[in-house]
Ligand binder design. Structure first.
Ligand code: DC
Length: 221
C-alpha cells in the first residue's frame, strides 16, 4: 500500500506551511516545505554566481545540491542556512527560478524522496498536481491577499526582520500573478483539491479541518 501524502498547495503567506507542519506533527508524519527547496536553490545559485535566468545552469546546480532538512532548518553543504532564505527578496528569487521547467524537473525526484513511512504532509504550489498526483488528500489553502500580507508582516516582525505592510501587499500581488501566470505548474486549485479558505479561521481551526478531511479520506486499502 502506498505511503499516504497530504498535499497542501496555495499562495504565498497563506499560512499553509504552519498548517502543514502542525498537521504533520499531529499525525506523526514527515513534513516537507517545498518552497524552501526553491528558496535555497536560488540562494545557492546567487552564491555560486549562476544567473537566475540561466535555466540549464540552474538545473545542473539543483541536481547537485547537498541539501538536508532538520525540522524547519535547511542545511546546504552541511551548514545551516538560517533566515536568509526567508526574506522577501529570497522569496522573489525563488519565484523567478520556479518559473523554469528544467529547474522544476531537476527538483522533482528530490521532493518525492520525502515520501517516507508513516506518511508525509507537504506544502507548495504543485504538490497535488505534479509532485504527488496520487496524494490521498489534496487541499488548496488560501486567504485574502490583505490577510496574507498581515500574516507575513507579523511573521517577519516576530523574526526580527524588517517589514513594510504596503510593500508586502504589493509584493504578494506580484508574486501571486507570477506564480499563477507561469506555464510550468502554475498556482491553481486542482479539480480534485478541496478548498480551505482561512481568512477568518484560526490556525487551530485550519489544522482541525485538514485532520478531519484526512480521516474522511480514509484508508483506501
Ligand atoms: O511557499 P514559498 O513562499 O516559500 O515559495 C517560494 C517560491 O517558490 C514561490 O513564490 C513559488 C515557488 N514554489 C513553487 O513554484 N513550487 C512549489 N512547490 C513551492 C514553491
Amino acid at each position: 500500500m502506498s505511503i499516504p501524502v497530504i498535499a497542501i498547495d496555495g499562495p504565498s503567506a497563506s499560512g499553509k506551511g504552519t498548517v502543514a507542519a502542525l498537521a504533520a506533527r499531529a499525525l506523526g508524519f514527515h513534513y516537507l516545505d517545498s518552497g524552501a527547496i526553491y528558496r535555497v536553490t536560488a540562494f545557492a545559485a546567487q552564491r555560486a554566481g549562476v544567473d537566475l535566468t540561466d535555466e540549464p545552469g540552474l538545473a545542473r546546480l539543483a541536481a547537485g545540491l547537498d541539501l538536508r532538512f532538520d525540522g524547519v532548518e535547511v542545511y546546504l553543504d552541511g551548514q545551516p542556512v538560517g533566515d536568509v532564505i526567508r526574506t522577501e527578496e529570497a522569496g522573489r528569487a525563488a519565484s523567478r527560478i520556479a518559473a523554469l521547467p528544467e529547474l522544476r524537473a531537476a527538483l522533482l525526484e528530490r521532493q518525492r524522496a520525502f515520501r517516507q513511512a508513516p506518511g508525509l504532509v507537504t506544502d507548495g504550489r504543485d504538490m497535488g498536481s505534479v509532485v504527488f498526483p496520487d496524494a490521498r488528500l489534496k487541499i488548496f489553502l488560501t486567504a485574502s491577499v490583505e490577510e496574507r500580507a498581515q500574516r507575513r508582516y507579523k511573521q517577519l516582525i516576530e523574526k526580527g526582520l524588517g517589514a513594510n505592510l504596503a510593500a508586502l501587499l504589493q509584493d504578494l500581488r506580484e508574486r501571486d500573478e507570477r506564480d499563477a501566470a507561469r506555464a510550468a505548474a502554475p498556482l491553481q486549485q486542482g479539480a480534485d483539491a478541496r478548498l480551505l479558505e482561512t481568512t477568518s479561521l484560526t490556525i487551530d481551526q485550519a489544522v482541525a479541518q485538514v485532520l478531519a478531511w484526512f480521516r474522511e479520506a480514509g484508508d483506501p486499502a
